[in-house]
Design a protein around this ligand. Structure first.
Ligand code: ZN
Ligand code: ZN
Length: 194
């Protein structure tokens, strides 16, 4: 693993600015990886890790900087729970740890640096220095997902009977005996315009 400062420079570049969320996300990922005992997550150990993130905010952008887990490699999963939390799964050891930012972290930052009036500066400073245990709570968890959710899965590609588009990774749905994509089965997030 790199140092927090080295990761912070990379995160700033990728995210477009430096913010408290970046520091929190980097610390969260470094802690998760440390708890799993993975030494070089983005390098030598890069195929070991899958990360689930639970919010689409600043902290989430920082996590792949440490873990090397990317959406396009199927190693970064988004579950929109609206929580500043992430679960780090070690595929080799078959174990996973969920790391959650503590509700008290912001208040603690205020206690540490009451003289800093800029909240972002105050939190950035405090989140660099606070011990892992003050920033996060953790729980060891089991992630119950089939092999089709993980990198390296080779499955049959289906074609939707309605729209004709190809479907990978067992995302097809059978309705009244027809094989459909999720959009045609009524689970779409968009409506085609006339
Ligand atoms: Zn940000
Ligand atoms: Zn379809």
């Amino acid at each position: 693993m790199k140092s927090l400062d080295e990761y912070a420079a990379l995160a700033e570049q990728a995210h477009g600015h430096m913010c408290a969320g970046q520091i929190l996300g980097l610390r969260m990922a470094m802690y998760g990886v440390k708890l799993l005992g993975i030494e070089d997550p983005a390098g030598h150990d890069r195929k070991r890790l899958v990360t689930f993130v639970e919010i689409d905010r600043c902290a989430t952008d920082a996590i792949p900087i440490v873990t090397g887990c990317r959406l396009g490699k199927r190693a970064l999963k988004f579950r929109d729970f609206g929580k500043v939390a992430a679960t780090f799964c070690d595929l080799k050891q078959d174990r996973a740890v969920r790391v959650v930012a503590r509700e008290t972290a912001k208040r603690r930052a205020q206690e540490l640096y009451p003289e800093m009036t800029n909240k972002n500066q105050q939190q950035m400073r405090a989140y660099r220095e606070m011990p892992d245990e003050d920033l996060f709570s953790i729980q060891w968890v089991r992630v119950a997902l089939g092999p089709e959710e993980f990198p390296g899965y080779k499955g049959e590609r289906r074609v939707c009977a309605e729209c004709g588009e190809g479907i990978n990774f067992k995302r097809e749905v059978v309705r009244d005996g027809r094989m459909l994509c999720k959009a045609c089965a009524g689970e779409g997030y968009y409506t085609p315009l006339a």
